[in-house]
Write a protein of this length. Structure first.
Length: 266
């Protein structure tokens, strides 16, 4: 009976994995087709659509803008979120539950509502330029991921380890950087990756805070699809998948090296 149950679970896992991979595989295949429209199965093989990506200024400028905003928003979310989590988990702060709800509130509201509200407030009412408005919007998008992941690690970190460092003469700030941060490094890296991917691929907030002087890659893709249906978008999707995979591998390698160094030091 147990073996049959395991086989059923394995079958379900294979089906779910196939449903996730199959659409990606179709996108990869269609990016090499010679037809002027996206078609499957493809007829012929060409790399012309990959070359066409770099002839589209909207894609190049949008990639640079999305990369810059995603990196800055992710780093700012870490700079704000990690100290906030440390304060909420290590100090007796009044209205602690209220602050936690405040930090997580962007996840409770549809992103399109957040984008419209930011457009009305930052751009229309306050007349802020689009670039800082985009950064604020993506920061609000990223912050809940940092709060959730880092809070989980902080709650599992024994506070007595930090207290032991204090009794041995280490100051609180030094203990935070030498004891706390190395032990929650995994959650910080995971939070950064989630923040970056969600910010880089975000459409609703970018759509409202987009403009002629500030173009983001997701909105550039949408604008391109309004007038074109060639495999250039498929080729761009493949490039973005490879870019994300390489970034994740680099972060994983960096995390592995750091963990090894910490273990050897201890």
């Amino acid at each position: 009976m147990l073996d049959r149950h395991n086989h059923v679970l394995q079958l379900i896992g294979v089906i779910v994995l196939a449903l996730l991979i199959l659409p990606l595989g179709i996108v990869v295949v269609t990016s090499f087709g010679t037809e002027p429209t996206i078609s499957f199965p493809i007829k012929g093989f060409t790399l012309a659509w990959y070359a066409n990506i770099w002839t589209q200024p909207a894609f190049v400028d949008g990639f640079q803008s999305s990369l810059t905003i995603a990196l800055l928003a992710s780093l700012l979310a870490l700079l704000i979120g990690v100290p906030a989590v440390y304060a909420l988990t290590r100090f007796d702060i009044p209205k602690k539950a209220w602050f936690q709800t405040l930090f997580l509130s962007p996840t409770l509201i549809p992103e399109i509502v957040i984008g419209f509200a930011l457009y009305q407030t930052l751009v229309i009412a306050w007349r802020l330029p689009l670039w800082p408005s985009l950064l604020i919007g993506h920061l609000l998008l990223c912050l809940p991921y940092v709060i959730r992941l880092v809070t989980s690690s902080m709650l599992h970190l024994d506070p007595h380890i930090e207290e032991a460092a204090w009794t041995l003469g280490t100051s609180r700030p030094r203990a935070f950087f030498t004891i706390v941060l190395p032990n929650i490094r995994t959650s910080i890296v995971a939070a950064f990756m989630l923040c970056f991917i969600n910010s880089f691929n975000n459409i609703p907030i970018s759509l409202f805070l987009n403009g002629p002087s500030q173009n983001m890659l997701p909105t550039a893709i949408l604008n391109y699809l309004q007038n074109n249906y060639d495999p250039t978008v498929s080729a761009l999707s493949v490039v973005l998948m490879l870019f994300t995979a390489v970034l994740m591998l680099l972060m994983e390698k960096l995390l592995g090296v750091g963990a090894l160094t910490t273990t050897e030091t201890n």
